[in-house]
Design a protein around this ligand. Structure first.
Ligand SMILES: NC(=O)c1ccc[n+]([C@@H]2O[C@H](COP(=O)([O-])OP(=O)(O)OC[C@H]3O[C@@H](n4cnc5c(N)ncnc54)[C@H](OP(=O)(O)O)[C@@H]3O)[C@@H](O)[C@H]2O)c1
Length: 300
Protein backbone atom coordinates (compact mmCIF):
# COMPACT_ATOMS: atom_id res chain seq x y z
CA UNK A 1 0.00 0.00 0.00
CA UNK A 2 1.41 3.35 -1.05
CA UNK A 3 1.43 5.69 1.94
CA UNK A 4 3.11 8.85 0.75
CA UNK A 5 2.10 12.39 -0.08
CA UNK A 6 4.97 13.28 -2.34
CA UNK A 7 2.63 14.17 -5.16
CA UNK A 8 0.14 16.89 -5.96
CA UNK A 9 -2.75 17.29 -8.33
CA UNK A 10 -3.84 20.27 -10.36
CA UNK A 11 -7.43 21.43 -9.79
CA UNK A 12 -9.53 21.67 -12.92
CA UNK A 13 -10.57 25.28 -13.55
CA UNK A 14 -14.12 25.94 -12.36
CA UNK A 15 -15.10 26.94 -15.90
CA UNK A 16 -14.12 23.49 -17.20
CA UNK A 17 -15.66 21.54 -14.37
CA UNK A 18 -17.96 19.13 -16.17
CA UNK A 19 -19.80 16.26 -14.55
CA UNK A 20 -22.16 15.81 -17.52
CA UNK A 21 -23.53 12.30 -17.67
CA UNK A 22 -21.61 11.05 -14.63
CA UNK A 23 -23.56 8.68 -12.41
CA UNK A 24 -22.98 9.47 -8.76
CA UNK A 25 -24.38 8.06 -5.52
CA UNK A 26 -24.13 10.20 -2.40
CA UNK A 27 -24.91 8.15 0.70
CA UNK A 28 -25.99 10.86 3.13
CA UNK A 29 -26.72 13.27 0.28
CA UNK A 30 -29.91 14.60 1.89
CA UNK A 31 -28.26 16.89 4.45
CA UNK A 32 -25.16 18.87 5.37
CA UNK A 33 -22.01 18.34 3.32
CA UNK A 34 -23.50 15.49 1.28
CA UNK A 35 -26.45 17.62 0.25
CA UNK A 36 -24.22 20.55 -0.75
CA UNK A 37 -22.06 18.17 -2.80
CA UNK A 38 -25.10 16.57 -4.47
CA UNK A 39 -26.55 19.94 -5.45
CA UNK A 40 -23.19 21.15 -6.76
CA UNK A 41 -22.57 18.00 -8.81
CA UNK A 42 -26.12 17.96 -10.21
CA UNK A 43 -25.79 21.64 -11.13
CA UNK A 44 -22.70 20.66 -13.15
CA UNK A 45 -24.49 17.95 -15.11
CA UNK A 46 -24.26 14.80 -12.97
CA UNK A 47 -27.07 12.32 -12.36
CA UNK A 48 -27.03 12.02 -8.60
CA UNK A 49 -28.87 9.53 -6.44
CA UNK A 50 -28.97 10.51 -2.78
CA UNK A 51 -29.61 8.13 0.10
CA UNK A 52 -30.97 9.43 3.39
CA UNK A 53 -34.06 9.78 5.52
CA UNK A 54 -35.56 13.07 4.31
CA UNK A 55 -35.43 14.27 0.70
CA UNK A 56 -35.07 18.05 0.55
CA UNK A 57 -34.29 18.55 -3.16
CA UNK A 58 -37.28 17.10 -4.99
CA UNK A 59 -37.61 20.40 -6.88
CA UNK A 60 -34.18 20.00 -8.53
CA UNK A 61 -33.49 18.06 -11.71
CA UNK A 62 -30.61 15.60 -11.73
CA UNK A 63 -31.19 14.38 -8.16
CA UNK A 64 -33.17 11.25 -7.27
CA UNK A 65 -33.75 9.75 -3.85
CA UNK A 66 -33.57 6.42 -2.05
CA UNK A 67 -35.08 6.51 1.41
CA UNK A 68 -33.34 4.45 4.08
CA UNK A 69 -32.71 4.35 7.79
CA UNK A 70 -29.02 3.47 7.75
CA UNK A 71 -28.93 2.78 11.47
CA UNK A 72 -30.18 -0.67 10.41
CA UNK A 73 -27.70 -2.97 8.72
CA UNK A 74 -30.36 -4.86 6.73
CA UNK A 75 -31.35 -1.48 5.28
CA UNK A 76 -27.72 -0.73 4.40
CA UNK A 77 -27.52 -4.13 2.74
CA UNK A 78 -30.78 -3.57 0.84
CA UNK A 79 -29.71 -0.14 -0.45
CA UNK A 80 -26.24 -1.41 -1.38
CA UNK A 81 -27.78 -4.28 -3.32
CA UNK A 82 -30.20 -1.94 -5.12
CA UNK A 83 -27.57 0.58 -6.25
CA UNK A 84 -26.42 0.20 -9.88
CA UNK A 85 -22.81 -0.21 -8.74
CA UNK A 86 -21.70 -1.59 -12.12
CA UNK A 87 -22.29 1.75 -13.85
CA UNK A 88 -21.62 4.25 -11.04
CA UNK A 89 -18.71 6.61 -11.65
CA UNK A 90 -18.52 7.98 -8.12
CA UNK A 91 -19.81 6.91 -4.73
CA UNK A 92 -19.50 9.36 -1.84
CA UNK A 93 -20.21 8.37 1.76
CA UNK A 94 -21.20 11.29 3.97
CA UNK A 95 -23.77 9.74 6.31
CA UNK A 96 -23.04 10.61 9.90
CA UNK A 97 -24.13 11.63 13.37
CA UNK A 98 -22.27 12.45 16.60
CA UNK A 99 -22.64 10.10 19.56
CA UNK A 100 -24.81 11.42 22.38
CA UNK A 101 -24.02 11.80 26.09
CA UNK A 102 -25.36 8.31 26.90
CA UNK A 103 -24.98 5.16 24.85
CA UNK A 104 -27.79 4.69 22.34
CA UNK A 105 -28.33 1.35 20.72
CA UNK A 106 -30.04 0.55 17.40
CA UNK A 107 -32.56 -2.25 16.94
CA UNK A 108 -29.60 -4.39 15.80
CA UNK A 109 -27.95 -3.88 19.21
CA UNK A 110 -25.25 -1.64 17.72
CA UNK A 111 -24.04 1.65 19.21
CA UNK A 112 -25.87 4.28 17.15
CA UNK A 113 -22.94 6.44 15.99
CA UNK A 114 -20.88 3.43 14.90
CA UNK A 115 -23.93 1.97 13.11
CA UNK A 116 -24.80 5.09 11.10
CA UNK A 117 -21.44 6.78 10.62
CA UNK A 118 -19.36 3.71 9.91
CA UNK A 119 -20.84 0.20 9.89
CA UNK A 120 -23.58 1.02 7.37
CA UNK A 121 -20.79 2.06 4.97
CA UNK A 122 -18.88 -1.15 5.65
CA UNK A 123 -22.01 -3.18 4.83
CA UNK A 124 -22.85 -1.15 1.72
CA UNK A 125 -19.30 -1.39 0.40
CA UNK A 126 -19.48 -5.13 0.82
CA UNK A 127 -22.54 -5.11 -1.46
CA UNK A 128 -21.27 -2.72 -4.12
CA UNK A 129 -17.49 -3.34 -4.01
CA UNK A 130 -17.38 -6.52 -6.13
CA UNK A 131 -19.70 -4.97 -8.76
CA UNK A 132 -17.99 -1.58 -9.09
CA UNK A 133 -16.79 -0.84 -12.60
CA UNK A 134 -18.15 -4.02 -14.17
CA UNK A 135 -20.45 -2.10 -16.58
CA UNK A 136 -18.36 0.99 -17.40
CA UNK A 137 -16.97 0.03 -20.79
CA UNK A 138 -15.83 3.45 -22.00
CA UNK A 139 -14.52 5.00 -18.79
CA UNK A 140 -10.90 6.12 -18.76
CA UNK A 141 -10.59 6.06 -14.96
CA UNK A 142 -11.60 3.49 -12.36
CA UNK A 143 -14.85 4.11 -10.47
CA UNK A 144 -14.08 6.11 -7.32
CA UNK A 145 -15.36 5.83 -3.79
CA UNK A 146 -14.86 8.73 -1.37
CA UNK A 147 -15.29 8.08 2.34
CA UNK A 148 -15.77 11.16 4.50
CA UNK A 149 -14.57 11.14 8.08
CA UNK A 150 -11.51 12.50 9.86
CA UNK A 151 -8.61 10.53 8.33
CA UNK A 152 -5.01 11.34 9.16
CA UNK A 153 -5.78 12.20 12.80
CA UNK A 154 -4.16 9.05 14.22
CA UNK A 155 -7.32 7.87 15.92
CA UNK A 156 -7.37 4.10 16.36
CA UNK A 157 -10.68 3.71 18.14
CA UNK A 158 -11.09 0.59 20.27
CA UNK A 159 -11.19 -2.37 17.89
CA UNK A 160 -11.69 -4.66 20.91
CA UNK A 161 -14.81 -2.73 21.87
CA UNK A 162 -16.08 -1.21 18.62
CA UNK A 163 -19.61 -1.41 19.97
CA UNK A 164 -18.80 0.46 23.23
CA UNK A 165 -20.15 -2.42 25.31
CA UNK A 166 -17.38 -2.55 27.91
CA UNK A 167 -17.48 1.18 28.58
CA UNK A 168 -18.99 4.23 26.91
CA UNK A 169 -17.81 7.74 26.21
CA UNK A 170 -19.19 9.77 23.33
CA UNK A 171 -15.67 10.71 22.26
CA UNK A 172 -14.45 7.09 22.13
CA UNK A 173 -17.61 6.02 20.33
CA UNK A 174 -17.11 8.70 17.70
CA UNK A 175 -13.40 7.87 17.37
CA UNK A 176 -14.43 4.28 16.61
CA UNK A 177 -16.17 5.72 13.54
CA UNK A 178 -13.15 7.86 12.62
CA UNK A 179 -10.76 4.90 12.79
CA UNK A 180 -13.30 2.64 11.09
CA UNK A 181 -13.75 4.93 8.11
CA UNK A 182 -10.02 5.42 7.58
CA UNK A 183 -9.49 1.66 7.89
CA UNK A 184 -12.30 1.12 5.40
CA UNK A 185 -10.44 3.13 2.75
CA UNK A 186 -7.16 1.28 3.30
CA UNK A 187 -8.87 -2.11 3.35
CA UNK A 188 -11.10 -1.47 0.32
CA UNK A 189 -8.15 -0.16 -1.73
CA UNK A 190 -6.58 -3.60 -1.41
CA UNK A 191 -9.82 -5.62 -1.42
CA UNK A 192 -11.32 -4.16 -4.62
CA UNK A 193 -8.46 -3.30 -7.03
CA UNK A 194 -10.88 -2.61 -9.91
CA UNK A 195 -12.02 0.60 -8.12
CA UNK A 196 -10.23 3.44 -6.30
CA UNK A 197 -10.91 4.49 -2.70
CA UNK A 198 -10.11 7.79 -1.02
CA UNK A 199 -10.58 9.34 2.42
CA UNK A 200 -11.87 12.89 2.81
CA UNK A 201 -11.24 15.00 5.90
CA UNK A 202 -13.45 18.10 5.52
CA UNK A 203 -12.06 19.91 8.57
CA UNK A 204 -14.80 21.85 10.36
CA UNK A 205 -17.84 22.54 8.25
CA UNK A 206 -20.88 24.36 9.55
CA UNK A 207 -23.66 21.76 9.54
CA UNK A 208 -26.11 20.41 12.10
CA UNK A 209 -23.96 17.40 12.99
CA UNK A 210 -22.79 18.92 16.28
CA UNK A 211 -26.28 19.96 17.37
CA UNK A 212 -26.35 17.46 20.25
CA UNK A 213 -22.90 18.39 21.56
CA UNK A 214 -23.50 21.56 23.51
CA UNK A 215 -26.96 21.20 25.01
CA UNK A 216 -29.29 24.16 24.46
CA UNK A 217 -29.42 25.67 20.96
CA UNK A 218 -28.24 29.04 22.30
CA UNK A 219 -25.00 27.46 23.61
CA UNK A 220 -24.45 25.81 20.21
CA UNK A 221 -24.97 29.16 18.46
CA UNK A 222 -22.43 30.87 20.73
CA UNK A 223 -19.85 28.10 20.22
CA UNK A 224 -20.41 28.18 16.43
CA UNK A 225 -20.06 31.97 16.43
CA UNK A 226 -16.81 31.74 18.41
CA UNK A 227 -15.38 29.06 16.12
CA UNK A 228 -16.81 30.61 12.96
CA UNK A 229 -13.37 31.60 11.67
CA UNK A 230 -12.34 27.93 11.66
CA UNK A 231 -15.40 26.59 9.86
CA UNK A 232 -16.49 26.75 6.25
CA UNK A 233 -19.95 26.43 4.78
CA UNK A 234 -20.94 23.10 3.21
CA UNK A 235 -21.37 24.92 -0.11
CA UNK A 236 -17.84 26.37 -0.14
CA UNK A 237 -16.35 23.01 0.88
CA UNK A 238 -18.34 21.29 -1.91
CA UNK A 239 -17.08 23.82 -4.46
CA UNK A 240 -13.48 23.39 -3.26
CA UNK A 241 -13.50 19.59 -3.27
CA UNK A 242 -15.53 18.92 -6.46
CA UNK A 243 -12.51 19.16 -8.86
CA UNK A 244 -10.67 16.51 -6.83
CA UNK A 245 -13.48 14.01 -7.36
CA UNK A 246 -12.85 13.79 -11.09
CA UNK A 247 -9.21 14.81 -11.30
CA UNK A 248 -7.15 12.44 -13.50
CA UNK A 249 -4.16 13.24 -11.24
CA UNK A 250 -5.41 11.05 -8.40
CA UNK A 251 -5.69 7.95 -10.61
CA UNK A 252 -3.25 5.34 -9.33
CA UNK A 253 -3.38 6.69 -5.76
CA UNK A 254 -6.12 4.47 -4.34
CA UNK A 255 -5.92 4.60 -0.54
CA UNK A 256 -4.95 8.29 -0.43
CA UNK A 257 -6.48 10.77 2.04
CA UNK A 258 -7.22 14.46 1.48
CA UNK A 259 -7.62 17.42 3.83
CA UNK A 260 -10.24 20.17 3.73
CA UNK A 261 -8.42 21.92 0.89
CA UNK A 262 -8.24 18.72 -1.14
CA UNK A 263 -4.50 18.38 -0.52
CA UNK A 264 -3.13 14.85 -0.06
CA UNK A 265 -2.35 14.04 3.56
CA UNK A 266 -0.66 11.06 5.16
CA UNK A 267 -2.90 8.31 6.44
CA UNK A 268 -2.62 7.84 10.22
CA UNK A 269 0.80 6.27 10.83
CA UNK A 270 -0.53 4.35 13.84
CA UNK A 271 -3.24 2.72 11.74
CA UNK A 272 -1.10 -0.24 10.74
CA UNK A 273 -2.32 -3.12 8.58
CA UNK A 274 -2.63 -5.19 11.76
CA UNK A 275 -4.99 -2.65 13.34
CA UNK A 276 -6.95 -2.24 10.09
CA UNK A 277 -7.44 -6.01 10.06
CA UNK A 278 -8.59 -5.97 13.70
CA UNK A 279 -11.15 -3.28 12.90
CA UNK A 280 -12.37 -5.23 9.87
CA UNK A 281 -12.71 -8.43 11.95
CA UNK A 282 -14.67 -6.54 14.63
CA UNK A 283 -16.88 -5.02 11.90
CA UNK A 284 -17.65 -8.46 10.44
CA UNK A 285 -18.69 -9.67 13.91
CA UNK A 286 -20.94 -6.64 14.47
CA UNK A 287 -22.53 -6.93 11.03
CA UNK A 288 -23.19 -10.64 11.69
CA UNK A 289 -25.16 -9.60 14.77
CA UNK A 290 -27.56 -7.92 12.33
CA UNK A 291 -27.50 -11.09 10.19
CA UNK A 292 -25.30 -9.53 7.50
CA UNK A 293 -22.46 -11.81 6.43
CA UNK A 294 -19.32 -10.17 5.04
CA UNK A 295 -16.63 -12.23 3.34
CA UNK A 296 -13.41 -11.95 5.43
CA UNK A 297 -10.38 -10.29 3.85
CA UNK A 298 -7.19 -9.28 5.65
CA UNK A 299 -4.43 -6.87 4.64
CA UNK A 300 -1.05 -8.64 4.55
N1 LIG B 1 -19.37 18.95 9.64
C1 LIG B 1 -18.12 18.80 10.07
O1 LIG B 1 -17.51 19.74 10.62
C2 LIG B 1 -17.41 17.50 9.89
C3 LIG B 1 -16.07 17.40 10.35
C4 LIG B 1 -15.39 16.20 10.16
C5 LIG B 1 -16.03 15.13 9.56
N2 LIG B 1 -17.33 15.25 9.16
C6 LIG B 1 -17.95 14.07 8.55
O2 LIG B 1 -18.58 14.44 7.34
C7 LIG B 1 -19.74 13.63 7.13
C8 LIG B 1 -20.96 14.52 6.87
O3 LIG B 1 -21.20 15.31 8.01
P1 LIG B 1 -22.22 16.51 7.99
O4 LIG B 1 -21.63 17.57 8.84
O5 LIG B 1 -22.64 16.83 6.62
O6 LIG B 1 -23.47 15.87 8.79
P2 LIG B 1 -25.02 16.28 8.74
O7 LIG B 1 -25.19 17.67 8.27
O8 LIG B 1 -25.59 15.94 10.08
O9 LIG B 1 -25.61 15.30 7.62
C9 LIG B 1 -25.63 13.94 7.90
C10 LIG B 1 -26.25 13.15 6.78
O10 LIG B 1 -26.41 11.82 7.29
C11 LIG B 1 -27.74 11.39 7.08
N3 LIG B 1 -28.20 10.50 8.15
C12 LIG B 1 -28.10 10.67 9.49
N4 LIG B 1 -28.71 9.64 10.12
C13 LIG B 1 -29.16 8.79 9.15
C14 LIG B 1 -29.86 7.57 9.17
N5 LIG B 1 -30.25 6.96 10.32
N6 LIG B 1 -30.18 6.98 7.99
C15 LIG B 1 -29.84 7.56 6.82
N7 LIG B 1 -29.17 8.72 6.75
C16 LIG B 1 -28.84 9.34 7.90
C17 LIG B 1 -28.57 12.66 7.08
O11 LIG B 1 -29.76 12.38 6.36
P3 LIG B 1 -31.22 12.89 6.84
O12 LIG B 1 -31.06 14.36 7.14
O13 LIG B 1 -32.06 12.59 5.67
O14 LIG B 1 -31.51 12.08 8.07
C18 LIG B 1 -27.64 13.62 6.35
O15 LIG B 1 -27.78 13.45 4.97
C19 LIG B 1 -19.87 12.74 8.37
O16 LIG B 1 -19.24 11.53 8.09
C20 LIG B 1 -19.06 13.50 9.41
O17 LIG B 1 -18.55 12.65 10.41
C21 LIG B 1 -18.03 16.40 9.31
Amino acid sequence: MKRDRSWTWQPIAATRLDFTGLKIAVIGGTGGIGRALSRHLAAHGANVVVVGQTFRDSDLSGISFIKADLSLMQEARRVGASLPAETLDLVIFTTGIMAGPTREQTLDGIERDVAISYLSRFVMLNEIGPRLGKGRTEASTKPRVFVMGFPGSNQLGKPDDLNSETSYSRWTAHMNTVAGNEALVLDAAARYPQAAFFGLNPGFVKTGIRSNLFGPKMVLRIVEWMTGFMTSSPESYAERIAPLLISPDIEGHSGAMFNNKGEPILPSSKLTNRIVSKIMAASETLAARAKVQVAPFRLP
